[in-house]
Design a protein around this ligand. Structure first.
Ligand code: FAD
Length: 497
């Protein structure tokens, strides 16, 4: 009987906007929500900087440019509404890069790796004061991030990073916890040891996105929502010196925006554009949300507000909300084809079900708790699993992409970097001097389509089978182990060894 019960409780992802965004829009003053304050672009317009994408990256960039140049004419072009993409529906984990320090060191050397991880911590530290200064009540809770082992195969996945933090004199940024220390924070029959990152937080992601939008509007930044950018070009006969031209479409018709500088902040959607497509894999990620269960959180001891993730590559990640719900995501989304972002990224009940199953596995005592919502979105995975920023040949189109499902904190840094690139301050800007900027940061290309899609699908199937078997205490099949290790053997930083 219980096998027949739908872990999603009949909830169908994709039928409405995420819980976070609905909550944020419900509390927004009607005059701010009105389409008139962020009208569709029709006809012609001229700006200094045009930003494609109204998520965190685009909005932080616009604000950082306005800080530097209050008179700059800036326009954000957003195909949906600001926060309509992953910025308004992510898990709200605000995490640093200390758990990824070995990868950063491998790529950039110890000094630059540590400088980069510290810069991200500074960005995290700036979020609370920014929200406070601008009246953005995004439920920021600086309770830290806990990685746990939820199966023997995940034991000590953090050990190398913990040792690296110790070696570089940053031992307190990412510390190992015993099973008892984990249990003191949260009881789960499957949690074993863990590691803890104190300088991390959770946030209501959509309130942050919509708050950024409000502040941008207050600063005089033009926002055109429901306006899709079809492409950009340099005008003929201008000797390459005239403004770039962005062609847009919206329900109200076509538009044309001229801009001296363009910032591409389109996340996974950029995978459809030639300069970026070969280096980005699009992947779906899904989250389920329970009904409010504050008493049950007391029972399992999860009252400290930590964000938690397990040690799978297809990780599960969970956090609590101020009204005592659990939002839990992951467990293995799916790869997209050729940068097309369609229904598999929003309507895939199978992927949402895997997130719900993760919740039941972590906390079997919550089996009767109702799932009230489920939603998904695309993530832009690159080989390095961290973003890269740069400027296309020609010097006037800048981009920040490849957050790989971890963009809430890095996009703050990204906004500063992109503002420096777009205003010609890269040479004297601390953030723009980080090694995640420029040609040296370019991630390795993936194979072309259709090989990328087919390869990613086969890899994903093998990985989910392998990690599910490991969790169930079974030995994964030789085939699942061999295939899930192929990307590593080919030199990509994806999947287990
Ligand atoms: C389910 C899920 C859970 C996640 N959880 C976390 C988490 O807990 N912590 C974390 O750090 N990260 C998480 N992430 C990743 C995080 O949400 C992203 O890295 C981050 O939001 C990236 O911000 P962005 O502004 O670059 O992209 P987006 O928020 O995607 O914004 C890009 C915008 O560009 C618009 N756009 C695209 N194409 C065009 C076009 N042609 N013209 C105009 N506009 C266009 C889109 O509509 C979109 O609004 C999660 C992602 C998902 C999907």
């Amino acid at each position: 009987m219980s096998d027949a019960v739908d872990p999603l409780d009949g909830v169908r992802p994709g039928e409405r906007r995420s819980y976070w965004l609905r909550e944020a829009l419900a509390t927004e003053p009607p005059e701010l929500a009105a389409a008139a304050v962020a009208p569709q672009l029709t006809g012609r317009a001229r700006v200094d900087v045009a930003i494609i994408g109204g998520g965190y990256t685009g909005l932080w960039t616009a604000l950082a440019i306005a800080d530097r140049h209050p008179d700059a004419r800036i326009a954000i072009l957003e195909a949906d509404i600001c926060g309509g993409g992953p910025s308004g529906r992510n898990g709200g984990f605000v995490t640093g890069w200390w758990d990824e320090l070995p990868g950063l060191i491998h790529r950039f050397g110890e000094t630059e790796a540590v400088r980069t991880a510290r810069a991200l911590d500074d960005a995290i530290d700036s979020l609370g004061p920014w929200c406070q200064a601008h009246g953005v009540d995004a439920s920021l809770r600086g309770a830290g991030f806990l990685q746990v082992s939820a199966a023997p195969a995940q034991d000590d996945v953090w050990a190398e990073a913990v040792a690296a933090c110790e070696r570089v004199g940053e031992a307190d940024r990412w510390t190992a916890l015993t099973a008892d220390e984990v249990a003191a924070r949260v009881h789960s029959p499957v949690f074993r040891g863990g590691a803890f990152m104190p300088r991390a937080a959770t946030i209501q992601p959509a309130v942050l996105a919509r708050g950024l939008r409000r502040v941008a509007l207050e600063r005089g930044i033009a926002i055109h929502e429901r306006t899709r950018v079809r492409g950009w070009s340099v005008p003929r006969g201008g000797g390459g010196g005239g403004p770039l031209i962005l062609r847009t479409s919206s329900r109200r018709g076509a538009g044309r925006l001229e801009a001296d500088q363009v910032v591409v902040a389109a996340n996974a959607w950029a995978a459809a554009w030639r300069p970026f497509g070969s280096r980005l894999l699009t992947w779906s990620s899904y989250i389920v949300l329970t009904e409010p269960i504050p008493d049950r959180l007391e029972e399992i001891g999860w009252t400290g507000g930590e964000g938690i993730a397990d040690g799978r590559f297809t990780l599960h990640y969970g956090r609590t909300t101020p009204d005592g719900r659990i939002a839990l995501g992951g467990g293995g989304g799916r790869a997209g084809f050729g940068g097309r972002i369609g229904r598999p990224f929003t309507h895939d009940a199978g992927s949402a079900r895997r997130a719900a199953e993760g919740l039941r596995r972590w906390f079997p005592s919550l089996a009767g708790v109702r799932i009230e919502d489920a939603w998904g979105g695309p993530i832009d995975v690159d080989d390095d699993h961290r973003p890269w920023f740069g400027t296309l040949p020609g010097g006037r189109v800048h981009f920040g992409l490849g957050y790989s499902g971890n963009g809430v904190a890095p996009s703050i840094l990204g906004g500063r970097i992109l503002a420096a690139l777009a205003t010609g301050h890269a040479a004297d800007d601390e953030a723009a001097s980080l090694p995640i900027v420029g040609d040296g940061a370019t991630p390795r290309a993936f194979p072309p389509e259709p090989f990328r899609y087919v390869g990613a699908r086969i890899f994903r199937e093998a990985l989910v089978r392998r990690e599910s078997a490991e969790e169930a205490g079974r030995r994964p099949s030789r085939l699942a182990r061999a295939v899930s290790g192929v990307p590593r053997r080919l030199g990509y930083h994806l999947g287990p060894e």
